[in-house]
Design a protein around this ligand. Structure first.
Ligand code: ZN
Length: 302
């Protein structure tokens, strides 16, 4: 009983510092654009919001996918900070690892950025919203406050953005990912590097603008870091191979505490995305992760 009293007293005494460490005033919004090859960025004209984020943030057009350069493998690596051989998701549409994950957490899944944010800051409000439902199997859904899949998104192209806008204004999330599939769809349907492909990128840019505006409406813009990136690129009507057209994707980071007009020269891999987000929230990274934070994007750091 005395011990219990001591613990309670300690909790009360340290209440101030515990509050100071909370992530409640930190916000990271990741916008994932499936199939968005880095090759397209210099050629795309109608992307004012993305260009503004590059100009006033930090970016690289050489972030590399893990092989094969397809979806589930790379969404997994992006969120779980590890390479294929570790997490075990090896195929385009993997829902469970074909190779047993080298380690799993208490929910039976290779630890993702959501897992460690939840475990280290249970108070954090988080979301993963997507058009392609394959992502929900990879992210540790039970550790996420809100998971949404847009049904039949091709007939409801604005739906994900509407969900994102409402959610941001209602919940002011600490970490939310909004994953769009339209660019990848255009690549498969009409071909990469075609007018239809660039139309899809322009549409995505308008969604980016709306999401940024939603953070302003919610009053969190000044405390938000935005990340825009992709799982893989593509060529002709596909992807999965070893060309840089398929393997190089943009990574753009913009907002509070991020250098402005900074071109990242560090080598960046898909699994460095999770590590960089972990760094923003000052999270301890699992030993199993191989991703490294790209610290050069932060003001005052190299
Ligand atoms: Zn994909």
């Amino acid at each position: 009983m005395k011990q219990l009293f001591f613990i309670l007293a300690l909790l009360l005494a340290t209440g101030g510092s515990v509050m100071a460490k909370s992530v409640k005033k930190q916000h990271v919004i990741l916008i994932g654009l499936d199939g968005w090859g880095a090759y397209s960025v210099p050629k795309a004209h109608d992307i004012p919001n993305i260009k503004n984020m590059m100009e006033h943030g930090a970016y690289t057009l050489m972030k590399r996918s893990v092989l094969e350069s397809s979806s589930a493998i790379n969404w997994a690596s992006m969120f779980n900070g590890a390479c294929t051989e570790q997490h075990g998701y090896t195929e385009w549409g993997s829902r469970t690892p074909e190779i047993p994950s080298a380690i799993v957490n208490s929910r039976g899944i290779f630890p993702t950025i959501y897992s460690i944010l939840y475990e280290q800051h249970p108070e954090a409000e988080t979301a993963c919203m997507m058009e392609w439902d394959g992502i929900k199997y990879l992210v540790d859904s039970l550790a996420i406050s809100r998971v949404e899949v847009v049904a039949d998104y091709l007939n409801n192209l604005d739906k994900l953005t509407e969900l994102a806008e409402d959610y941001i204004k209602e919940k002011r999330p600490n970490f939310a990912a909004f994953c769009y599939d339209g660019i990848d769809h255009a690549g498969h349907e009409s071909g990469h590097d075609t007018p239809a492909y660039y139309d899809a990128i322009a549409r995505a840019d308008r969604y980016v603008g709306r999401i940024i505006q939603a953070t302003k409406d919610a009053g969190i813009f000044e405390n938000t870091i935005f990340i825009i990136t992709s799982d893989h690129g593509g060529k002709e009507k596909g992807h999965g191979g070893k060309t840089l057209l398929e393997m190089e994707t943009p990574f753009i980071i913009y907002g509070k505490g991020i250098k402005e007009g900074y071109q990242i020269t560090d080598v960046m891999m898909q699994f460095d995305v999770a590590a960089t987000i972990a760094e923003i929230f000052h999270l301890k990274r699992p030993q199993a992760w191989r991703g490294q934070p790209i610290t050069s994007v932060f003001k005052g750091r190299r």
